[in-house]
Design a protein around this ligand. Structure first.
Ligand SMILES: [Zn+2]
Length: 105
């Protein structure tokens, strides 16, 4: 299994765990009228969400389709860029063109 597949697998498992835990705590809150599981799950949800994003940003680089240079944009740029599952619309620091850059691990 290559690095990209491992990262995607980790992100998929983390996302599924977060959704199940979050939905479960809401169901417990509405059915049993106790908000304690929700209050416990919320910080765990936020920590796991931030960890997932940090791990992704530490491992990913992008390839410019115009000049084929590999670059690593800032976290803020990665988070707010329009994206598909494998590409982000970023400005290349080498040729200064904005294009759909492919992820590279
Ligand atoms: Zn470029």
């Amino acid at each position: 299994m290559n690095k990209r597949k491992k990262l995607y697998l980790f992100m998929a498992i983390a996302t599924i765990l977060m959704i199940v835990a979050f939905a479960g705590s809401i169901i417990i809150w509405t059915e049993l009228n106790t908000w304690i599981p929700f209050a416990v799950i919320c910080p765990v949800f936020i920590i796991l969400f931030v960890c997932t994003i940090v791990i992704y940003m530490n491992h990913v680089k992008f390839v410019c389709p115009k000049c084929n240079q590999i670059f690593k944009p800032s976290a803020n740029t990665i988070i707010w860029a329009i994206h598909t599952p494998t590409r982000r619309r970023l400005r290349c620091p080498y040729c200064n063109t904005k294009s759909w850059c492919k992820e590279d691990f």
